[in-house]
Design a protein around this ligand. Structure first.
Ligand code: MN
Length: 260
């Protein structure tokens, strides 16, 4: 047998030496969708309409029509999503080089901090402490913030909207340029409905993860789950969005390869 790298990978998948972890939320009409103030356009919730189910509409087949916003459920954010990333070449779901849809992940566990405060912000100091323990974040890695926020099952608890807006943990505005420029990460992923903190509309700049990550031609992953099943370092993420022409993002079945 060929002992090349792909043959060894295939063998490890078959033997179970490498496990595949699903980091995606189930998609149905209860999937939480980001809520913006009423003056802005709205993203539609996920909708599934049955076309036929082995009945008069189609005696031997079952299928559905689906519709939703691009940023629904577990999803990929392309640089073109934000005004700061709009002029990069190859910045949309159909044009991003596909090689970029496989990349290693660094997982920063701040589940305790996030359970103590829904406004918790991950700082550069947290990352530097993480790097002392696990080594430097390598260029081209994802940084995933594990908060266990995805364990909030109702949309109400997940969105956590109060009179002054949403309260969900996210990256500190000073962390994002550090990750984008000094660590050259491929993108940022979080468990909340979007990549930024709930209160990020108040930050300077507003929505720093969108503004700075996409402004540096980097990506985002939102509404991730099962990050508690990943090692701090060593998982390989598979994140291809749908090939929507000029798409700003898409629901995504995010998978992680983890070695035992
Ligand atoms: Mn998004």
């Amino acid at each position: 047998m060929d002992d090349g790298i792909l043959a060894r990978l295939a063998g490890a998948l078959i033997s179970g030496e490498i496990r595949v972890i699903d980091l995606s939320q189930p998609l149905d009409d209860g999937t939480a969708v980001i809520q913006l103030p009423p003056e802005f356009g709205k993203s539609k919730p996920f909708l599934l309409e049955e076309i036929s189910k082995y009945d008069s509409r189609g005696p031997a087949w079952y299928w559905n029509n689906i519709s939703c916003g691009e940023h629904t459920g577990t999803h990929f954010d392309a640089p073109i999503h934000w005004v700061t990333g709009k002029d990069y070449p190859e910045n949309a779901t159909d044009t991003i080089p596909v090689q970029k849809f496989l990349a290693p992940a660094c997982v920063v566990d701040v589940s305790q901090e996030a359970s103590a405060s829904s406004d918790f912000l991950l700082t550069r100091e947290h990352i530097e402490r993480w790097e002392k323990k696990h080594g430097r974040i390598e260029a081209g890695s994802w940084v995933l913030m594990r908060t266990d926020w995805s364990k909030r099952k109702s949309a109400e608890a997940f969105l956590n909207i109060k009179v002054d807006g949403s309260h969900v943990p996210g990256p500190h505005p000073e962390l994002v340029p550090f990750l984008a420029k000094e660590r050259q990460v491929i993108g940022w992923g979080s468990e909340g409905v979007g990549t930024d903190a709930g209160q990020a509309f108040l930050f300077d700049p507003p929505f720093p993860c969108h503004t700075i990550m996409h402004g540096n031609n980097r990506f985002g992953l939102a509404s991730l789950m099962n990050l508690d099943q990943l090692p701090a370092k060593g998982a390989l993420l598979i994140t291809p969005p749908l090939k929507i022409v000029n798409g700003s993002g898409s629901p995504c079945r995010v998978l992680a390869l983890v070695s035992h």
